[in-house]
Design a protein around this ligand. Sequence first.
Ligand code: NAD
Ligand code: IPM
Ligand code: MN
Length: 348
Amino acid sequence: MPLFQVAVIAGDGIGPEVMAEALPLLAWARDRGRPLAWTLFPHGADHCLATGETLSQVTFEHLRDHFDALLFGAVGDPRIPDQRHAEAILLRLRKDLALGVNLRPCLPLADHLVPLKGVGARDIHIEVFRENTEGPYVLAGETAPGRATDLALHTETAVRPLLEVAFHRAQAQGRPLHLAHKANVLKHGHGLWLRMFQELKQAYPEVEATPIHADALLCALIQRPQAFGVIAGDNYVGDLISDLLAAFQGGMGMAPSLSYAPHPAGRCRALAEPVHGSAPDLAGKDLANPAGIFLSTALLFRFAGWETEALAVEKAVQQALEAGEGTPDVKGTLGCRAFSAALRARLH
Ligand code: NAD
Ligand code: IPM
Ligand code: MN
């Protein structure tokens, strides 16, 4: 059986701390017989400051052609104020590997971590599908004296596959689908999203599909999260919604994500990464919650077809949280390393 090759980029801040705890999960899956191998890459702020390289074309092509997926920690470092390395590494990988779909599930695992009055973990079951390559993330624009522009791009080529994935998922799950948009203002870009959504709705008559203004959605999510199933949105709106939903799961340290190519062109087809960033406020303190990267690794296992391992990791996190184990952000008393060890001890 061919090896599933994973490129590992730990990145900055708490990235290396949580990645150090996730690597044993890869070893665990391999030791259970999964054909898995991985290679560490040093890219991030330290590497950029030491060598001048953010992500060279040679490295990009190596990642693209010799790996099936990436496992990513986080990027962002105060020593590089314009964060050019984040753009050159993370945004480039998402875009140039054509990882157009970013799945950000919100499946809270423990009642005591859901911050909404009268709402339990099992009441919330939401999956966000965020377009991952366009919107304002094309980084087109300029700063001129007294004036600045950021342009946003929305193409049918990117929007249609994202919406198709979301419709397909809503249909398979028998759950409602919402399109988060601001076509009332962004008539051109979000207008295209709305038109494509209405068009696809004809092809999926059994899906309860409703467009909703993204601002009103945020209010409704707090008031009645039970009413939502699948949510689709553009890159920017999807980014904002996914952090709100991280709060439902217990905070930034809990939320997982998986980016993947809806129509894979080359070998490297997925990138698993926690939703959180490099958290410079926590870096080096053994305080980072590793659950986000554990659950992202579970999404990677599922992508590889290893459902047993994916479920085992998710169950381990759930059982640990229910037992009160955790880092301080999830009301626990353990450090990153001790919580990780406790999670791994629950893996069977
Ligand atoms: P952040 O997610 O790093 O931190 C936001 C808050 O959440 C902070 O209070 C932090 O302490 C907390 N937090 C984050 N991860 C946590 C964890 N694992 N355990 C416990 N608490 C956690 O977001 P930010 O402060 O907006 O950004 C910091 C840097 O990270 C910036 O440079 C930003 O651009 C970058 N960033 C990178 C990614 C990524 O690599 N995918 C994602 C978001 C932000
Ligand atoms: C995320 C982050 C990134 C984004 C940043 C670091 C570029 O916030 O992964 O959610 O905006 O996509
Ligand atoms: Mn974000």
